[in-house]
Design a protein around this ligand. Structure first.
Ligand code: DAH
Length: 351
C-alpha cells in the first residue's frame, strides 16, 4: 500500500509546481478529485474490518487535511503574487508633474486692432465692419476710380463667382469701400435732418478688416489687414487729419516725441493726398522713415457718392496697415510670420 506520507509529499510538490490558479485546480483534482489518489484510498477501505477502517480512516483524513491545508496555502500564495503583479503594473507615480493646460491668447495683429479701436474710440470714432467680398462699385468706381483708371492696376485682386458683368464680385483690395458704405447708411439715417436744411451729425468712423491683393513677399501678403478712417463734417480740414493721426501714433507707440511726415502722394479718392511715414527713433534704422498709411482730403466726387453735397461737407480719410504697425511695435521683420500659425512665434505675444 502506498504510504500516506508519500501522497502528501507528492501533493505538496505538485501544488508548489503550479504557477497559476488553473494549474493548481488541476493538481488538486489529481489528489482530491473524484478519481484522485486520496479518494481512491477511501474507496479501497471497503474491504477492511471495522477496526482497521477506524484507524485507516483517521490516518487518511489527517493526510487529506494536510493536503487541503497545503492547497489553501498555495492558493493564497498565488493570489498574493497576482495582487503584487497588479499593484506594480497599475502603480501611480505621484511624483510625475501634472498635465498642463496652456492658455490661449490673442493674435498680435488682433492685439493691434484692439489697440487701434480703443484709441480711436476714445476720440469719438465709431467702429464699423464690412464685407470682404465687394462689388466693383464700392471697391473702385464709387471711390473715383472708374473702369479705365490706371490706379486699378495696382489693385490686382481675386474675382469670385456670383457677380455680374456690371457688378463683378471681388475680394476687396482695401478697406476704403467702407467709407461709402458707412456714409450712405449715415446719410440715410439723417435724411430728414439733411432735407430740412439742417446739418447732419459728423461722420467719424474707423473700419478695420481683412483685405486682399495679388502680392507676396516679406512685407506683402495676399491677405493683409487695413484700417480705414473717415471724418466728414462742415469744417473738417487737413489740419485735423494731421492732428488726429499724429495723436493716434503717439498714443499707439507710447512716444510723445514720435515724428511723422506727410509726404505728397496720389490717390483717386482724395485731393490733396499724402502718404504718412513714421520716423524710426532708435535701432539701426534710426532717422529713416516707414510708410504706415495713405490719407487725404476726401475727393468731391466721393463725397457726392456718399449722397452729400461737396460744397457743404468736407473731410479727411486715411487707410493704415495694422500688420505694419504690429511689425514696428514688436520688432518683427517678416510679415509672413503672422500668418504661418506657428505657436512658438505666436505665444510670445501672450499678455
Ligand atoms: N486705400 C488705399 C490703399 O489701399 C489707402 C488709402 C489712401 C486710404 C488714402 C484712404 C486714403 O482712406 O484717404 O492703398
Amino acid at each position: 500500500m502506498i504510504d500516506l506520507e508519500t501522497i502528501v509529499g507528492d501533493a505538496k510538490a505538485s501544488f508548489s509546481a503550479a504557477l497559476t490558479p488553473a494549474d493548481l485546480e488541476n493538481a488538486k483534482a489529481l489528489f482530491l478529485g473524484k478519481t484522485g489518489r486520496v479518494t481512491e484510498l477511501m474507496k479501497g477501505m471497503a474491504q477492511l474490518s471495522v477496526d482497521e477502517k477506524k484507524s485507516r480512516g483517521a490516518a487518511i483524513n489527517l493526510s487529506k487535511q494536510a493536503i487541503e491545508a497545503a492547497l489553501n496555502d498555495r492558493r493564497q500564495e498565488l493570489a498574493d503574487a497576482e495582487l503584487q503583479k497588479q499593484l506594480k503594473s497599475e502603480a501611480l507615480d505621484v511624483s510625475l508633474p501634472g498635465r498642463q493646460h496652456t492658455q490661449g491668447g490673442l493674435h498680435p495683429v488682433s492685439l493691434t486692432m484692439e489697440r487701434i479701436e480703443a484709441i480711436f474710440g476714445s476720440m469719438g470714432f465709431d467702429v464699423a465692419q464690412g464685407p470682404e467680398i465687394e462689388t466693383d462699385w464700392f471697391n473702385f468706381t464709387a471711390l473715383n476710380t472708374p473702369e479705365d483708371h490706371p490706379a486699378r492696376s495696382m489693385h490686382d485682386t481675386f474675382y469670385v463667382e456670383g457677380g455680374t458683368e456690371s457688378a463683378p464680385n471681388l475680394l476687396r483690395t482695401h478697406t476704403s469701400p467702407m467709407q461709402i458704405r458707412y456714409a450712405v447708411q449715415h446719410v440715410k439715417k439723417h435724411r430728414a435732418t439733411i432735407d430740412a436744411g439742417h446739418t447732419m451729425p459728423e461722420i467719424r468712423v474707423i473700419a478695420p478688416g481683412r483685405t486682399y491683393r495679388v502680392d507676396s513677399d516679406a512685407t506683402h501678403s495676399p491677405m493683409f489687414h487695413q484700417c480705414e478712417g473717415l471724418w466728414i463734417g462742415e469744417n473738417v480740414s487737413f489740419k485735423d487729419l494731421k492732428f488726429v493721426f499724429t495723436d493716434f501714433c503717439r498714443t499707439f507707440f507710447e512716444s510723445d516725441d514720435l515724428v511723422l511726415r506727410f509726404r505728397p502722394s496720389f490717390f483717386p479718392f482724395t485731393e490733396p493726398s499724402a502718404e504718412i511715414d513714421i520716423q524710426f527713433q532708435t535701432g539701426p534704422l534710426a532717422g529713416g522713415w516707414l510708410e504706415v498709411a495713405g490719407s487725404g482730403q476726401v475727393h468731391p466726387n466721393v463725397v457726392r457718392n456718399m449722397g452729400l453735397d461737396p460744397e457743404k461737407y468736407i473731410g479727411f480719410a486715411f487707410g493704415m496697415g495694422p500688420d505694419r504697425l504690429t511689425m514696428l511695435r514688436y520688432g518683427v521683420s517678416d510679415l509672413r510670420l503672422f500668418f504661418d500659425g506657428d505657436v512658438r512665434f505666436l505665444s510670445q505675444f501672450q499678455s
